[in-house]
Design a protein around this ligand. Structure first.
Ligand code: HEC
Length: 186
């Protein structure tokens, strides 16, 4: 019995470094046409934020309020998150995902408020230094399947470049790491 327990422990301890190695190396996959293959397990990644109805344009005076809402969920791969927390920079091969979802208000037991429903689109921000002259590339799809590349003339690059707090990413909207960074800076 004692021997069996020792054997099982040896197996478990031996398996740990293997699992850590596999999780550490995030691989970016592209199709033959240069589209990004969405990472299958992004919903198990580190959750950075959920934002409701972010609007990048000043409200038009007198315009009726929109009756439709959208929520997003932002995730980053765990290996990149670990490096960011330690160094304050995103490593090569970082993948960030913005999952945009429809909302509903009345349903099940809910009478008001808003909850998330179907995925409307997925957007990706990937750091692949050898592939992109500006180090980062943007991709998007309609919710599933290979995501098409946005050329560097797309507004993604200018808005993120001009307003993203760290290395073209919007860390100022990700409370856990935004707060961590200001604490580090004192
Ligand atoms: C006018 C500004 C603006 C434009 C244009 C824009 N974004 Fe963003 N983006 C943001 C803001 C603000 C956030 C962070 C807040 C949030 O959405 O939760 C963000 C976050 C993201 C994220 C999460 C990772 C990160 O970089 O912080 C992805 C992925 C993303 N955007 C993709 C895109 C794509 C693809 C396009 C172009 C089709 C685009 N964005 C255009 C403002 C912009």
């Amino acid at each position: 019995m004692k021997n069996l327990r020792t054997f099982v422990m040896a197996l478990t301890v031996g398996a740990l470094p293997l699992a850590a190695t596999a999780a550490d190396s995030q691989k970016i996959e592209y199709s033959a046409e240069g589209r990004l293959i969405p990472p299958e397990n992004y919903r198990q990644w580190v959750f950075l934020t959920s934002s409701l109805d972010l609007n990048y344009n000043a409200p038009v005076p007198g315009a009726p309020p929109s009756d439709h809402s959208q929520l997003d969920n932002v995730f980053v791969d765990p290996a990149a998150y670990d490096v960011f927390v330690k160094t304050g920079t995103w490593p090569d091969k970082t993948i960030m995902v913005k999952e945009n979802r429809d909302t509903a208000s009345a349903g099940s037991i809910s009478k008001s408020g808003k909850y998330q429903t179907a995925v409307v689109s997925l957007e990706f921000h990937v750091k692949d230094e050898a592939k992109f002259p500006g180090k980062w590339g943007f991709f998007g799809n309609g919710g599933s399947g290979p995501a098409r590349f946005f050329p560097t003339t797309a507004s993604c690059y200018s808005c993120h470049g001009d307003h993203g707090a760290v290395d073209t990413t919007f860390v100022q909207f990700y409370p856990a790491i935004a707060i961590g960074r200001s604490r580090l800076r004192g």
